[in-house]
Ligand binder design. Structure first.
Ligand SMILES: *Cc1c(COP(=O)(O)O)cnc(C)c1O
Length: 308
């Protein structure tokens, strides 16, 4: 497992509680899963004791998107049979992701981020190899057993009472994504993310993500100087403008805040969001360079019509 941030760490904790022996490749929460480090570690594992590689595609705590296709290549280069497990909860429907083409074995996602729905649905895409591994495993399971789900699914049923209302919502969400066209949806997120980064840089702040190849198009995490309390800023923006920004979590607590730009979002909602941040910076008396919103608006104007 790669320690890309808070969500990767939660997966590690869950694996530990389930009795596995996860090994975390540690990191500073400012970059994605490192394919070279993975290849090196897997090549050392000549007895194939490592059963799976687990990666969070879009690390929501840091705004870093890992290069899953390159992680796949690293596993193949090491000629290792480990399964590739990927969390796409905050990327699916916002950032390009290819379960089949990238040779992922298990993809996990949820309804509550880019699919624009309330929480309550989760999805798995599962390769034949992973199904075989599940069958061969003696690990106890019940609610999460794929076999229980797949039998009734063949005839359109669920083994438990399904969240029918959310399935109707999902149908509409998928229609919305298909009406816009997935390529356009991804381009819209890329463009809004770039506009956001221009605003952040114009304000004079750093982006948490250190590697431009790994910038997230779903959200941007902003580093603030030691003199700035990001939670006080978030409080002012919430109280005065009714806009809720993400906090810095765990290692980034008190050091960063997060601007979401995923899902049902357009140029005006982005402009409103960034205006809320800039008004908050001013109101909180923070030392920043004005003009972030203008930098974002300029970029949106230059690229108008190219997407969205
Ligand atoms: C939101 C999210 C989850 C799930 O969070 P819950 O609050 O536990 O439902 C998992 N992984 C990532 C990357 C997420 O963004």
């Amino acid at each position: 497992m790669f320690e890309t941030g808070h969500f990767a760490t939660l997966w590690r904790n869950m694996a530990q509680r389930l009795g596995f022996e996860p090994e975390l490749i540690e990191s500073d929460w400012r970059r994605g899963a490192d394919p070279a480090a993975m290849e090196k570690r897997l090549a050392e594992d000549t007895n194939h004791e490592i059963k799976a590689v687990a990666v969070v595609h879009n690390e929501t705590s840091t705004g870093v998107t890992s290069r899953v296709a390159e992680v796949r290549k690293a596993i193949d280069n090491a000629d290792h049979p480990a399964l590739l497990l990927v969390d796409t909860i905050s990327s699916l429907g916002s950032i390009r992701y290819e379960h089949d083409a990238w040779g992922v074995d298990v993809t996990v996602s949820g309804s509550q981020k880019g699919l624009m729905l309330p929480p309550g649905l989760s999805f798995n895409a599962v390769s034949d190899k992973a199904l075989e591994a599940a069958k061969a495993s003696s690990q106890p399971r019940s609610y999460w057993d794929w076999e229980d789900m797949m039998g009734p699914n063949d005839s359109g049923f669920f083994p438990y009472t399904p969240a029918t209302n959310l399935l109707y919502g999902l149908r509409e969400a998928i229609d919305m994504l298909e009406e816009e066209g997935l390529d356009n949806v991804f381009a819209r997120h890329d463009r809004h993310a770039e506009a956001t980064r221009r605003a952040v840089k114009a304000w004079g702040f750093d982006i948490v993500c250190m590697n431009p190849d790994e910038y997230s198009s779903a959200l941007t995490a902003v580093m603030v100087p030691d003199s700035v309390d990001p939670d006080a800023l978030r409080r002012i923006i919430l109280d005065d403008f009714d806009m809720s920004l993400g906090a810095g979590l765990s290692k980034l607590k008190g050091k960063a805040f997060r601007i979401g730009h995923l899902g049902d979002f357009n140029d005006l909602t982005l402009a409103g969001t960034l205006s809320g941040v800039e008004m908050g910076l001013q109101r909180a008396g923070i030392d920043y360079q004005p003009g972030g919103v203008q930098a974002a608006l300029n970029y949106l104007a230059e690229t108008a019509g190219s997407a969205a």
